[in-house]
Structures are given as C-alpha cells and as structure tokens.
Design a protein around this ligand. Sequence first.
Ligand SMILES: [Zn+2]
Ligand SMILES: [Zn+2]
Length: 238
Amino acid sequence: MSKCSCLLVHGENTIAYLTKDRRGLTELDCVLCGKKKKDIIRKKQTNQSRNRCECPDVSCCQPCIDDMKARHGKGHNGTKPPYTCKTHGQYREYQDSLIGFKDWCIVMVTISIIPLGLVVFETGIDLNWIFYSGAIVTIPCFPPVILSIIWVKATGKGLMSGGAAGLVCGVTATLVTASFYEGGLSNFLLNTVQNYAILAGTCSSFGASLLCCIVVSLFTHDIKTVDDENFEWQKCMT
Ligand SMILES: [Zn+2]
Ligand SMILES: [Zn+2]
C-alpha cells in the first residue's frame, strides 16, 4: 500500500516539476539545463554546439562529491549545509523537498483509504472473487512493461494496443468459459472464478497482450539501422 502511494506521489511530483519548470522539453533534452543532450548532437552531427548540454556526469562531478562529504557529517544547528554544485545542486534540493512531501502524502493516502475499506466491508463483496478476477484485468499490463524496458523497437501504439487487446480478450475468455459451467453467467460470482474460467482468462489476456504488442510495434517502429537503435537508447540516458 505504501509503495503504491509512494509511486503515485513521486510520479505526480515529477510531472509537476517537468510541467512547471521545464515545459516543452522533449526526451532529447537535458532536464538539468534544457539543452540538447550531447550524445544526440554528436550522433546527428548537427551544427548546434551553442544549444548543446555541457552538464558534467553526476557520478564524477567534483562539487557534488564535496557536497556529499560536507552534508554527511553533523550539520550546524541541526541543519545541513546547502548544495554548492551549480549543475546538480538545484535538482538535489528539489529531490530533498520531495522526500519530505512524500512521507506526508503516504500518511494522507493511507488514511483516506480507510473509508473505502469500510464500504467494501459493509457491502460484503467477496474479496476472493476480487483477487481472482483482478488478476485477469492486471495481467495484460505485464508484457508492455517488460517490452518497454528490454526491446528497443517497442512503440507507444504497440504497447497501448497490446494492453487493450489483452484486457478485452481476457475478460471475454473468462465470460465465455464461465457460461459453459452449470448455471452459466446467472451464477456470475461462482462461475467466473472456476478453475478453467481463470485459466482461460489469464492465458488469453497475457498471450493476446504480448502478441499484439509485438505485431503492432513491428509495423509502427521506424528503426532501420544500428545507429537508429543507439539513438533510441540515448533518449533514456543523460
Ligand atoms: Zn544539461
Ligand atoms: Zn554536481
């Protein structure tokens, strides 16, 4: 639960930061300075040296190492010394403010879930049924998540259509299989969680999602050479 709200809050904060301070950035721009990433300029061999990011790598940035050392020890009057790195200092300050904000958000989200829990408890919904049928509606999201990390040719259109196709196929397969059991769909809560109904639903939601992601991505990507592939990978690195 706390992981869930943590992810939610972090995602929202990042979006707030990007939309407020870095409006109009593309995946080819550096989030620190807003200029084009250097590797991309080099690859494209364009003549935009003025618009090129010159931010040093955070792992070997000397001012950052000094900052970390200074802040590691006991601070003055219980406060830490401010960041002095001109490139990464502001972003580190922003991250620190998020950590404090995140803790409070987790508490608030957890408290506001209590009424929902009471409603579920009062209505007498079968939690086993929710668990089983919930698997069928969440499984279609796994292939898109994995493919977006490991496969360079995965496209947004491919992953979205894969997720949607998996959801539709999974729900349909569960309902069709459940209708073959005694009482059919009129005995909804019992028949939709029978063994074969769950098996058909999970297998078809995963299979259809994976297949659709791959096929649609293959038709919609525009990667032709190894250079294109490297260029695509560069988008997720600074
Ligand atoms: Zn930069
Ligand atoms: Zn730095």
